[in-house]
Write a protein that binds this ligand. Structure first.
Ligand code: AN7
Length: 362
């Protein structure tokens, strides 16, 4: 049986076709990405004294926001009859590229910094049949090499330097406006290679220009303290953070991120690894949303704005009636090792009601 639509849920290309660089002859490669929940978070809102919503991108088909851009980048690559896909990645891009390549029936190579990819992401690339290259270098080295290979050979580079990726990712801003009826006042998100902050700002501006929203949010990005080139305004040669997704020292969309921050009257700030882990645990325990460490950055950042006078965007600039959206970019299950190290060993109990009652302690 062949149905007109490939999935029961509209993918972002079908939902936002008129805003995307596709035409009749573009073969659509979709896994039903996008249309992710915008979750009002009552306890988070109470803690910071403002209405906070979480845009949960971890529920995309491969568990991260990358799928929005990948459906467009892979569809366009198929239209251009590319021979194969290639990307550098800190993990999520490779998981997404591998899945969409499998869906399209095209081969895919992923170049990854050796030993620095979260387990779940590596498994995803492997199981989808991608050719995995473990590079003796960091993400920035991987991206440099992939760029060169893309120029030399007939390979479609599906990193966010590919404008089709940014075009797809801007649909997240459209969804937020469609759900809320207008843009929020503040939009907080993690920043690594800076493609996503660029894409959101493009999306917000585009909907605003088409009069789908009256407001434009202030864009506030958060980098890991040990990998914060935009915050410190210099390349970081050896970026370090346990949030491996954003372990990036020389972001490709650096200038565009700066423009988004300046034009939106936003800010860029840093959060420490301890703050990331604390925010990850807090969000899981108080709102039931389990995200990977990098994705906890906007929540950690929100707490910093709230609690610290040193924050780049302290709360006196965020009026109490403000609406705040935090994008959480990837699912917590992608990086189980971070949590496993925090877990105590489980002691077993005999299989009797009394033993279980005692162990439950309720
Ligand atoms: C969970 O997969 O760069 O600022 O190669 O996986 O758009 O780079 C991932 C980045 C945030 C940062 N959160 O987004 C890759 C990669 C998660 C991520 C980011 C990434 P950008």
């Amino acid at each position: 049986m062949h149905s007109e639509r490939e999935t029961s849920k509209l993918g972002v290309i079908e939902r936002y076709r008129e805003y995307l660089p596709v035409n009749e002859s573009t073969p659509i490669v979709s896994l039903g990405e996008g249309t992710t929940p915008l979750v009002f978070c009552p306890r988070l809102s109470e803690r910071v004294g403002r209405a906070v919503f979480v845009k949960n991108e971890g529920v995309n088909p491969t568990g991260s926001f990358k799928d929005r851009g990948m459906t467009v980048a892979v569809s366009k690559s198929m239209e251009r009859k590319a021979k194969a896909l290639i990307c550098a990645s800190t993990g999520n891009t490779s998981a997404s590229a591998a899945a969409y390549a499998a869906r399209a029936g095209i081969s895919c190579a992923v170049v990854l910094p050796v030993g620095k990819i979260a387990t779940g992401k590596l498994l995803q690339a492997f199981v989808c049949g991608a050719k995995i290259v473990a590079l003796e270098g960091n993400f920035d080295d991987a991206l440099r090499i992939v760029r060169e290979l893309g120029e030399q050979r007939d390979l479609a580079v599906v990193n966010s330097i590919n404008p089709d990726r940014i075009a797809g990712q801007k649909t997240a801003a459209f969804e937020i406006i469609d759900d809320m009826g207008d843009a929020p006042d503040f939009h907080l998100l993690p920043v690594g290679n800076a493609g996503n902050i660029t894409a959101y700002w493009a999306g917000y501006r585009e909907y605003h220009a088409r009069e789908r929203s009256t407001k434009l949010p202030a864009m506030i990005g958060f980098q890991a303290a040990g990998a914060a080139p935009i915050f410190y305004n210099r390349i970081v040669e050896k970026p370090e953070t346990m949030a491996s997704a954003i372990r990036i020292g020389n972001p490709a969309s650096w200038k565009q991120a700066r423009a988004a921050i300046t034009e939106s009257h936003g800010a860029i700030d840093v959060v420490s690894d301890e703050e990331l882990l604390a925010a990850q645990a807090w969000l899981a325990q108080h709102e039931g949303i389990f995200v990977e460490p990098a994705s906890a950055a906007p929540v950690a950042g929100l707490f910093k704005c709230c609690d610290s006078k040193e924050a780049a965007y302290s709360f006196h600039k965020i009026p109490e009636e403000s609406q705040i959206v935090c994008t959480v970019t990837g699912h917590g299950l992608k990086d189980p090792d971070v949590i496993t190290t925090q877990m105590k060993e489980l002691k077993s109990v005999p299989a009797t009601v009394n033993d279980v009652r005692r162990a439950v302690g309720l």
